[in-house]
Design a protein around this ligand. Structure first.
Ligand SMILES: [Zn+2]
Length: 161
């Protein structure tokens, strides 16, 4: 069976940046995704199409096909009073916020000043080249319910409360 749309794929992978730092790793068979449903970054999904179980590949994905390019306009000063009083705000903390369109986004605290906090709405992996070492562990057809939901169910997939 080949990797194709509407199939559930289990991968083992190691993700590194260009300086050989390991950013993420999964080698215990616990990572699976629904192919064709944009569950994973486009550059990796495209590289996996047509592969079979046991295949190993190295994929280097530019930011444009991963988490995008850093945009300095997404760094903004927010008044300190917008944050809860009882929380010590520190660089690196992440908060859920809304952009002007009302979309949810995650922001990271970049700098703390007396009366304002600089928050960065860029993805932490924006502008990072992603280098994956991937092994295809398993491929199966998705169930009708998985296709309807657009994600994987089961022991390592999405759990509904
Ligand atoms: Zn579901």
């Amino acid at each position: 069976m080949q990797i194709a749309d509407n199939r559930v794929v289990t991968l083992a992978y190691t993700l590194k940046d260009n300086d050989d730092n390991i950013l993420d790793q999964s080698d215990d068979g616990s990572f699976c995704y629904l192919h064709g449903a944009r569950n994973i970054i486009p550059g990796l999904e495209n590289a996996l199409a047509g592969k079979v179980a046991g295949d190993e590949l190295s994929v280097s994905i530019p930011p444009e096909e991963a988490y995008g390019v850093r945009d300095e306009a997404r760094i903004q000063a927010v008044p300190r009073e917008m944050f809860p009083d009882d929380v010590e705000i520190e660089v690196g903390m992440q908060f859920h916020a809304q952009n002007p369109d009302g979309h949810a986004l995650m922001v990271t605290v970049a700098k703390v000043e007396d009366d304002s906090v600089m928050v960065d709405g860029n993805h932490p992996l924006a502008s990072v080249q992603l280098n994956f070492e991937v092994r295809v562990m398993d491929i199966r057809d998705a169930t009708a319910e998985e296709l309807e939901h657009g994600h994987v169910h089961g022991p390592h997939g999405h759990h509904h409360g």
